[in-house]
Design a protein around this ligand. Structure first.
Ligand code: OXD
Ligand code: MN
Length: 609
């Protein structure tokens, strides 16, 4: 298919205008066919951008290494360019949209010289679902085309759905590395220096402009940029929720199923939770999604969720058959690996894969690397943010209904973060608004020196949306309250829980084993939804009684007590921190209801002291 065959006049003009600005050698439409995917992969292998993996180990899979400067989402180069700074709020980087568009237009001018402009029509969500949204990404990166083909639904079928005048979210992307006459990348990952990288969102016009990075959420624009930052704005205006949440299905031994979403900051194990294998006999957990949930009220008054994505962009290091069997199986074939190590027999390897490196490997920096377990300072062979891009349908745990266009009815919403102290294993809110309060105070311990924060300090990450909310976070809290008010029947709203798998003892050892053992908490959540859970009222909310959750092997009675205790002084310190450092950020946009909950919490704690 040729750009001139596009029947949507506005789309065609938009593509041709961008081509005129960026001056690519040619324009190619990503048609979504496996033939085109294979052709592109073959060209990338031939040009040295990636290596083909051993078909006996990882059939139909490749391994890329990115530029060492382009390995993660760049939050400090990510912008919400709303008309006013106030609209972007205190938690986003803001630049005036007119000025930003001028800067970026200059960067885009001629930026695709010597390259091909690919047009990627994509659907976030099952094609034609009432909850789905269509985007079109223009990019000069074949890596992006290939990843988008796994992560979203791409191709001419999306153009058919758009017809002659359908709505799409326009997404520009360029790696920002034009090629001079006769110049080639020589197989090196193309990108621009950090100071030229811009991941920009224009919420009023619902546009995404990305420049300079070829990696992950900076470049696969359906994911964080569209499905969270722009979608959060659409959701506010249209009365639904676009959230940084996994979606799982849990089935009891009696065969009753419920659906649960969960918001956890990045690097808190959402993919592991979405794919867990329960240790509780007779219970089953299946996967609907591991990163993003879009939720809308159904005609029956319940909130229904879809996973807008079609693949997993999972962190490889630490993933093993023991820690996440289903993810390992999902990434067994038809997978793109990025920044993993490659073994001599062309398999991938990473730290925490569950076995030692089988001889020398080529590390993510393209150097030979021999494992030296006696050297504690040895640099890892895989980048800590190395990824696998795998089709969701390949996870053995995928639920049969994962692509149901109407979504799945949600019974429970979990919030959580890494909290070594204070926050107990699980507590439940009294009602929706109290749950919004819990979401608004989510925090997580910083595990790697990032964002100028000290390792070990708590970074507040409300609703796990800090890097992903496309507007003022205070208004976002209000939107959650409004959604509760909009419910036709309050009793049909999901119940809201705050969980914490990451409590540690004085020797810094985790008290709770996590992984499959988290099914014990999910069971209690399920029972709470049924109304059969054993509960106690506490100053912070509703909690399991001490005998409500069976102890996993290795957890002593005293430890279980600690996990389910309300640490009054710890919570009072928490209240003080929220009052002094967190809530004031939102100024008069902080919903009154939330300050009332904070006051009540403090009063409850003082009364219990
Ligand atoms: C992700 C993230 O990659 O949240 O999903 O950073
Ligand atoms: Mn995420």
């Amino acid at each position: 298919m040729n750009v001139n065959d596009i029947k949507h006049a506005k789309l065609k003009k938009w593509i041709l205008d961008f081509a005129e600005l960026t001056t690519p050698e040619q324009i190619v439409i990503a048609d979504g066919s496996s033939a085109q995917y294979d052709e592109l992969i073959a060209s990338q292998i031939a040009d040295g951008y990636c290596v083909a993996l051993n078909p006996e180990k990882k059939p139909h899979s490749v391994a890329y290494n990115s530029d060492p400067s382009d390995v993660a989402r760049v939050e400090n180069r990510t912008y919400i360019a709303s008309k006013t700074k106030e609209a972007a709020g205190p938690t986003n980087n803001w630049i005036d949209p007119v000025a930003l568009k001028e800067t970026m237009t200059d960067l885009y001018r001629g930026s695709m010289k010597g390259r091909t402009l690919y047009v990627i029509p994509f659907s976030m969500g099952p094609l034609g679902s009432p909850i789905a949204k269509i985007g079109v990404e223009l990019t000069d990166s074949i890596y992006v085309v290939l990843n988008m083909m796994i992560m979203t639904r791409v191709g001419t079928k999306v153009l058919d759905l758009l017809g002659t005048d359908g709505y799409f979210v326009p997404c520009y992307h360029s790696v920002g590395k034009p090629l001079a006459e006769g110049e080639s990348d020589n197989g090196q990952w193309p990108c621009a220096p950090l100071e030229h990288k811009y991941i920009s969102h224009f919420p009023e016009t619902r546009e995404i402009w990305s420049y300079g990075s070829g990696y992950g959420g900076n470049a696969l624009l359906g994911k964080k940029c569209l499905a969270l930052r722009i979608a959060s704005v659409l959701a506010r205006d249209e009365g639904w929720l676009a959230e940084h949440m996994l979606i799982l299905k849990i089935t009891s031994p009696e065969g009753k199923s419920r659906y649960v979403t969960g918001a956890f900051p990045s690097a808190c194990g959402k993919t592991n939770l979405a794919m867990l294998i329960p240790t509780v006999p007779g219970w089953k957990v299946e996967t609907i999604g591991d990163d993003i949930a879009w939720m809308k009220f159904g005609d029956d008054g319940r909130l229904y969720a879809i996973n807008p994505e079609a693949g997993f962009f999972g962190v490889a290091p630490g993933t093993s058959l023991q820690s996440n069997y289903n993810a390992m199986k999902a990434a067994e074939k038809n997978t793109i690996f990025t920044n993993c190590a490659v073994t001599e027999d062309k398999d991938v390897w990473w730290e925490g894969i569950g076995y030692d490196a089988p001889g020398p490997v080529i590390d993510w920096l393209n150097n030979e690397w021999v494992q030296d377990k006696s050297n504690k300072d040895q640099k890892p062979a895989a980048n800590p943010n190395a990824r696998f891009t795998a089709p969701a349908a390949q996870a053995p745990s995928i639920a049969a209904e994962w692509e149901d266009p109407k979504g799945v009815p949600i019974s429970a919403i979990l919030f959580g973060g890494r909290r070594p102290k204070t926050v107990p294993l699980v507590h439940m809110s009294h009602d929706w608004n109290h749950g919004v309060f819990l979401g608004s105070i989510v925090g997580s311990e910083i595990t790697a020196a990032a964002l100028d924060l000290k390792v070990g300090t708590i970074r507040r990450d409300p609703f796990a949306m800090l890097p992903f909310c496309g507007y003022h976070m205070g208004e976002y809290f209000q939107h959650w309250i409004n959604i509760g008010k909009a419910a036709k029947d309050q009793s049909k709203l999901p119940k809201i829980f705050y969980v914490n798998w990451f409590r540690r003892d004085e020797n810094k050892h985790f008290i709770w084993p996590g992984f499959g053992e988290n099914s014990r908490v999910l069971k209690w959540v399920f029972e709470a939804c049924e109304g059969t859970a054993k509960t106690v009222d506490t100053p912070i909310g509703v909690m399991p009684s001490i005998d409500a959750i069976d102890r996993p092997e290795g957890v002593t009675e005293a430890q279980m007590k600690e996990l389910l205790e309300v640490d009054i002084d710890g919570w009072l310190a928490e209240v003080a921190d929220i009052r002094e450092n967190h809530y004031p950020k939102f100024g008069d946009k902080l919903p009154k209801e939330l300050s009332v909950f904070l006051d009540q919490l403090e009063a409850n704690l003082k009364a219990a002291k």
